[in-house]
Write a protein that binds this ligand. Structure first.
Ligand SMILES: NC(=O)c1ccc[n+]([C@@H]2O[C@H](COP(=O)([O-])OP(=O)(O)OC[C@H]3O[C@@H](n4cnc5c(N)ncnc54)[C@H](O)[C@@H]3O)[C@@H](O)[C@H]2O)c1
Length: 352
């Protein structure tokens, strides 16, 4: 089967491609417009595989999407292409609305017409819409998001993802397109663009720069190693029931401050200097609309489909820190080019 992976040059998308091609022996075609977050270097491990094809293009452009469907006749879509950084969405919401809503609509609509025209694929075709737990809003001190938690997004990013989830579910209910929606907690691991908390902190620490923590650092996220997410998406694709939503998470709740402290203590061990890296921590103005806590109840995915996270935060974060220490060839061009680490997402500030 050939899988169309949108956003395959991004952080999670490239892990999905590496996993699907190298571990599962699936054929993959990537559709990605190579925005600032897309990086072909992340696809280098599979780029010479006969199972891999790449098309540069915008998911909002119907002609492009139709041409990819005509050329590759995919048996499934795993849709990851999106604008993904909350801070950027605060300064520049429009591109989030365009890509996340119009782009998802375009893919859904081209998919349904393709399935209608091709009775041969109609039975087995699947569309996995990859989304975030941020659509559920913020939790208090107790409890976790389930698949029936009402949507309550806070940021332009999460609102645009929430809207795209509704479109995906509507294309199932109205047109019968076999869509599954996954809502995953925060991911970390190799090849994450260094604007997100974990790679930003690792790289700033390696360069002896300040480690800026928003607010009091006590906001809680539920971390999942990216390879576990790729395995979850493969499981949902193979065994998920059309029309269903699956929450994905590893049960690793941490405050942002604890995450940064853990990175510092790993670096103290792996690359010691005369001072602890913790001395670089500095508290900065909070993110507007900063959700306090996310936690995922993944028992449906675990119980019904048999998926389980295999990395703990401790094992995953050590692999991640070591990866960034070894792969300056991957991140240095980004830090010297599209994004140097500047603060984003303060109202009225714009983006780098
Ligand atoms: N990173 C997380 O922690 C996380 C958690 C849960 C869900 N998600 C979801 O997973 C998906 C992937 O996230 P990520 O962190 O890998 O994102 P990313 O920002 O690293 O990558 C996004 C990719 O989409 C591509 N893209 C952007 N706009 C496009 C367009 N108009 N047409 C074609 N391609 C386009 C980019 O070039 C890039 O390769 C997103 O849908 C995101 O909402 C992410």
């Amino acid at each position: 089967m050939r899988v169309l992976v949108t956003g395959g040059a991004g952080f999670i998308g490239s892990e999905v491609c590496r996993h699907f091609i190298s571990r599962l022996g699936l054929d993959v075609v990537v559709l990605d417009n190579l925005s600032y977050a897309g990086n072909l270097a992340s696809l280098a491990p599979v780029s010479s595989s006969p199972r891999y094809a790449f098309e540069k293009g915008d998911i909002c452009d119907r002609d492009t999407v139709e041409s990819v469907f005509r050329t590759y006749e995919p048996g499934a879509v795993v849709h990851l292409a999106a604008e993904t950084h909350v801070d950027r969405s605060i300064g520049h919401a429009e591109v989030f609305v365009r890509t996340n809503l119009l782009g998802t609509f375009t893919l859904l609509d081209v998919s349904r017409r393709y399935v209608e025209r091709n009775p041969g694929v109609a039975q087995s075709f699947r569309f996995v819409h990859v989304s975030t737990d941020e659509v559920y809003g913020s939790l208090g001190a107790e409890g976790a998001f389930t698949e029936s938690t009402p949507y309550d997004p806070s940021s332009p990013y999460s609102a645009s993802k929430a809207g795209s989830d509704h479109l995906a579910k509507a294309w199932h209910r109205t047109y019968g397109l076999p869509v599954m929606v996954s809502n995953c907690s925060n991911n970390y691991g190799p090849c994450q663009f260094p604007e997100k908390l974990i790679p930003l902190m690792i790289l700033n620490a390696l360069e002896g720069k300040a480690l800026p923590i928003y607010g009091n650092g006590l906001n809680i996220r539920d971390w999942l190693y990216v390879e576990d997410h790729a395995r979850a998406l493969a499981t949902i694709l193979a065994k998920g029931r059309p029309g269903e939503t699956y929450n994905v998470g590893g049960g690793n709740e941490k405050t942002n401050l604890d995450v940064v402290r853990q990175i510092c203590s790993l670096l103290d061990r792996l690359q010691p200097t005369d001072k602890s890296y913790e001395e670089l921590i500095s508290f900065v103005e909070d993110r507007p609309g900063h959700d306090q806590r996310y936690a995922i109840d993944a028992s449906k995915l675990e119980g019904e489909l048999g998926w389980r996270a295999s990395e703990t935060f401790e094992t995953g974060i050590e692999k991640t820190v070591r990866w960034y220490m070894d792969r300056a060839d991957w991140w240095r061009p980004l830090r010297e080019g599209v994004y140097s680490g500047k603060r984003l997402g303060l109202i009225g500030q714009g983006v780098a």
